[in-house]
Design a protein around this ligand. Structure first.
Ligand code: 5GP
Length: 124
């Protein structure tokens, strides 16, 4: 039997496409018609959730965003706020990494919701 990760190497799309199609398992936190929120596999804090658009629409990153994407961009942020409330976070950080210098590793727009501990500033 071919392992999940081996199949991924030879198939199209990002790992988040595989998560959306449930070829790769994930721990769901919230889902509606537009967005999916799930736990990050390598959490950087007690709460680390990723929020992604279900329909990628060429949004490999925030730098690809256009006027037509305004609605989904708003949905991502509203979802982050909603999930943070559900998790009773008193404070938290939302992060969008963009490009190589921004340490983006998955080319499918996503918002990190990070909390459950004291954040530091400036970020690294
Ligand atoms: P980026 O570095 O692109 O801003 O964030 C990508 C995030 O996706 C990272 O925090 C990484 O831990 C997470 N990630 C990568 N692969 C998987 C996976 O298979 N499952 C989950 N749940 N998260 C993943």
């Amino acid at each position: 039997m071919i392992s999940r990760s081996f199949r991924y190497l030879f198939s199209k799309g990002t790992i988040f496409d595989k998560i959306l199609s449930k070829q790769i398992p994930s721990k769901a936190v919230f889902e509606d018609d537009d967005v999916y929120a799930f736990e990050d596999i390598q959490p950087q804090a007690p709460v680390h959730i990723l929020i992604i658009p279900k329909f990628k629409d060429n949004l490999s990153g925030i730098s690809q965003a256009e006027e037509k994407n305004v609605k989904i961009l708003g949905r991502l942020l509203l979802t982050a706020s909603r999930v943070a409330k559900e998790k009773n976070l008193s404070g938290y950080r939302l992060v969008i990494n963009e490009g190589k210098d921004g340490c983006q590793s998955v080319d499918h727009l996503h918002v990190h919701l990070i909390g459950g501990r004291q954040m530091n500033w400036p970020p690294g």
